[in-house]
Design a protein around this ligand. Structure first.
Ligand SMILES: Cc1cc2nc3c(=O)[nH]c(=O)nc-3n(C[C@H](O)[C@H](O)[C@H](O)COP(=O)(O)OP(=O)(O)OC[C@H]3O[C@@H](n4cnc5c(N)ncnc54)[C@H](O)[C@@H]3O)c2cc1C
Length: 373
């Protein structure tokens, strides 16, 4: 039998960034078990935005949480890069969302005001501006806007990273601190013990741990259900497209289009209800390509070389779930969208919360139980 002080099921960005925080807090022997399922490539297949803009309309607590994460990001990246030696390619150049037509732009102005009021009720700022077409064009002077773009919204306080390098850097820091990562090993059964420990049977081993963290993306529902807890998440597919490398011209990421440091353009704004099918379809690719060309007509001339699908973990109100399993205070579950944007908080706030040492009262707002009312 293997032992761990804390066992983390799931080595995507959520499990890994939390496990890093556990090591930093001196939680003892922390082990990540990661089955690395091909169908769950969320942490490798995402768009890499480190954003707060637009998040939490009608849910000020979530706006506050995302804003806190964005504020923490630049220092988080610096510490990760210093400790791991990885360049995670953070561009902290801001971020924007385009509007097609005046009606959509007017809608942006209203939604910015709504979120700003919510943020103000929580004592935080919401530094987002609504820009007309000319101001919007000035943000990206090397690109030509399509004629339908009326303007957009923009904040200078967010950015984008390379998600693969982020994941590599987080895992590297975790392992340098003595954390243990087991790839290709899946948890199959969780058996709470009367002495307060938990047994976890995997495909190859049995582990005994003092605390257990379930951060297995869509794999979490089955594990919590066996403990009597229905996890309130649902799948939503997104498809991404990648161009061949070209001259770097797009200075800031848009929600629909970004350009990486090595010059590839990425498109990724599709949302589909397809259960757990992570495949790709010509229809979704065509639709998001047409949308991107409407923003920047020159994208039609590029060589688009690859595409893939990944399944978002969504909750009914969009906010994350950080919950202790009722009756098992030593078993926590983390299930969420925006795991890249929220990574600093998983290291700095959620890890101490797992250990019962958090100083941030906000975490209790995000329990799975909020959906059971
Ligand atoms: C198209 C798209 C674009 C996105 N863009 C962004 C973005 O720009 N910014 C942002 O912040 N977020 C974005 N996201 C969301 C982000 O990708 C996710 O929030 C994040 O990757 C979730 O990470 P995770 O670790 O929770 O889950 P996952 O990455 O799914 O990791 C879970 C891991 O657990 C493993 N596992 C499952 N079951 C078991 C088991 N029984 N035992 C052991 N291991 C198991 C899986 O194999 C997997 O490796 C995007 C998502 C999509 C689909």
């Amino acid at each position: 039998m293997q032992t761990a002080d804390v066992l983390v099921i799931g080595g995507g960005i959520t499990g890994s960034s939390t496990a890093l925080g556990l090591m930093r807090k001196g939680a003892g022997k922390v082990v990540i078990l990661d089955e690395q399922l091909k169908s769950q490539r969320l942490s490798r297949g995402n768009f890499g935005l480190t954003w707060f803009m637009c998040k939490g309309a009608g849910y000020p607590g979530y706006s506050l949480w995302c804003r806190k994460a964005a504020v923490a990001w630049p220092e988080y990246a610096e510490i990760l890069e210093d400790a791991s030696g990885y360049n995670i390619e953070l561009d902290w150049t801001g971020g924007a969302v385009h509007a097609f037509g005046q009606e959509e732009l007017d809608g942006f102005a209203r939604s910015v005001e709504t979120i700003r009021e919510g943020c103000s009720s929580k004592g935080i700022d919401y530094p987002v501006e609504v820009l007309d077409r000319q101001q919007f064009a000035e943000l990206m002077p090397k690109m030509t806007l399509g004629e339908d773009v009326a303007g957009g919204m923009y904040t200078k306080e967010q950015g984008h990273v390379n998600p693969l390098r982020l994941l590599g850097a987080v895992r590297s820091c975790f392992q340098k601190l003595g954390g243990v990562y087991h790839g290709a090993d899946g948890a199959r059964e969780i058996i709470p013990q009367s002495n307060g420990t938990v047994l976890v049977k995997t495909t190859t081993e049995t582990y005994e741990c003092r605390k257990l963290v379930i951060a297995a993306g869509h794999g979490s529902s089955r594990l919590t259900a066996a403990l009597g807890e229905k996890l309130n998440i649902y799948p939503q597919r997104g498809q991404l497209m990648v161009s061949a490398r070209c001259e770097r011209k797009l200075d800031i990421p848009l929600l629909a289009v970004r350009q990486t440091q090595d010059g590839t353009y990425l498109l990724g704004l599709s949302t589909e209800n397809t259960a757990l099918d992570s495949g790709v379809t010509a229809e979704a690719m065509k639709s998001q390509a047409a949308n991107a060309v409407r923003i920047f007509p020159e994208l039609a001339n590029l060589n688009w070389v690859r595409g893939w699908g990944a399944i978002r973990v969504m909750t009914p109100d969009g906010g994350p779930i950080y919950s202790k399993i009722p009756g098992h205070e030593n078993i926590s579950v983390l299930a969420l969208h925006s795991g890249v944007s929220l990574a600093p908080l998983h290291t700095e706030v959620i890890a101490p919360w797992i250990l019962g040492e958090t100083t941030d009262n906000q975490v209790s707002e995000f329990s799975n139980g909020r959906f059971h009312a």
